[in-house]
Design a protein around this ligand. Structure first.
Ligand SMILES: Cc1ncc(COP(=O)(O)O)c(C=O)c1O
Length: 401
């Protein structure tokens, strides 16, 4: 029986089309086991294990004292919208003004608002699979047709541009890019982005949602924002925010950069849903963008050190293959040789060894055979997790023998 079978009749059908995020479900199961006394290593949640930098916290305190405690403008304070426009020019080479910017409460609202704004029932939306589960959920909510773009380990989780081309039909309305990607850590190389823009030259009716929330956490390779290509600018919606880059997941603040007509519709959705994004948080976000950036660099260096250690250690385990993720803070190893589904593998790993992590199919059907390890935790925890993983995989091998 699925969760929806238990839903009472009075619940509207549209909300039954929404699906959740497994990382939160795994976290609550892990918490239950911890309450029973089990020692659990948490590798499931996608949030930096670093504190928000002090200068940003101080800016929020100051803004509260200065009276930024009431409603603010629906699209966000001009000071922040301007700071975002300058930031995307500097870091993403996107030509934007404050009029192209809306401040929203987190990265996720841009996904939801994009579907509400652009997708008509029956429109096809191409999205990365394995990919962030909320894409598919929001597409279905808008009655769009989700069309998975498979990302595979043989291709380092880069898009197969020819395959992507073959997925485009007269009904295609939107393509979602997530670069660097969750859960794979793969990137769309610059040449992939240029090739996609080239394919879309003849289809000016297709829009792109470019989720760039991890773009400051990229360790190797070269990429660009598709919105930096002049012909693509007006039909790209850039999703970004403060959660990952500045370790601000709980502050709930992000932004979308898009053409002015789209921004006006986002304004309507904001008015009808949350009114505005938290006022003092916006002032802290100005400090995040304009203040010193060394904490971002330090965090990235730490993640890189962990990535290098973890991926090498995983590849030394008999039966596990892991390609080197180039960005974000996830590894997505192949565990298919053990003959369990990715969910069975993850469930048993939690129950038998106390390692909480997400299974591949929670990111779509093409995630089968993989698990997602978030290395947003200490090297010490990762070392202990690898020891437990070695013990667990040996046990699986003995069971099979
Ligand atoms: C690919 C991707 N996009 C967007 C988000 C959402 O970010 P936020 O927490 O700011 O809503 C996440 C969070 O995990 C993510 O992994």
């Amino acid at each position: 029986m699925t969760e929806n079978d238990l839903t009472p009749d009075y619940i509207a059908e549209r909300v039954e089309r929404l699906q959740g995020e497994s990382a939160f479900a795994i976290l609550s199961k892990a918490n239950e086991l911890e309450a029973k006394g089990m020692n659990v290593i948490h590798l499931e949640i996608g949030q930096p294990d670093f504190k928000t930098p002090e200068n940003i916290i101080d800016a929020a305190k100051e803004a509260m004292s200065d009276g930024y405690t009431g409603y603010g403008p629906t699209l966000g304070y001009n000071e922040l919208r301007e700071a975002v426009a300058d930031y995307v020019k500097e870091y993403k080479n996107i030509d934007a003004t404050k009029d192209n910017v809306v401040i929203v409460p987190g990265g996720k609202p841009t996904m939801f608002f994009t579907m509400l704004t652009l997708v008509e029932p029956g429109d096809e939306v191409i999205y990365p699979n394995p990919g962030f589960p909320i894409y598919e959920s929001c597409i279905k909510f808008a009655r769009g047709i989700p069309v998975p773009m498979p990302l595979t380990a043989d291709n380092d989780f880069r898009p197969d541009v020819e395959k992507l081309k073959s997925l485009i039909t007269p009904k295609t309305k939107l393509i979602i890019i997530n670069n660097p990607g969750n859960p794979t850590g793969g990137i769309f190389e610059k040449e992939d982005i240029l090739a996609i823009a080239d394919i879309l030259k003849d289809r000016p009716d297709i829009f792109v949602l470019s989720d760039e929330i991890y773009d400051r956490l990229m360790y190797d390779g070269e990429t660009i924002s598709i919105a930096s290509i002049p012909e693509m600018r007006d039909r790209t919606l850039v999703l970004d925010g403060f959660s990952k880059t500045y370790a601000m997941t709980g502050w709930r603040i992000g932004y979308c950069v898009a053409n002015v007509d789209i921004i006006k519709k986002f304004e309507m959705i904001m008015v009808n849903s949350v009114s505005c994004t938290c006022s003092f948080t916006q002032m802290a976000a100005v400090e995040a963008l304009k203040g010193p950036q060394y904490s971002v660099v330090e965090m990235k260096n730490k993640f890189k050190e962990r990535r290098d250690w973890l991926v090498n250690a995983l590849n030394e385990i008999d039966g596990i293959k892991c390609c080197m993720p180039r960005g974000a803070f996830y590894a997505f190893p192949d565990i298919s040789s053990f003959g369990l589904s990715s969910k069975e593998f993850a469930d048993r790993l939690l129950e038998e060894e106390g390692i909480a992590l997400a299974w591949g199919t929670s990111f779509g059907e093409y995630g089968e055979g993989h698990i997602r390890i978030s290395y947003a935790t200490s090297l010490e925890n990762l070392k202990e997790a690898v020891e437990r993983l070695k013990r667990f995989t040996l046990k699986l091998k003995n069971e099979k023998a």
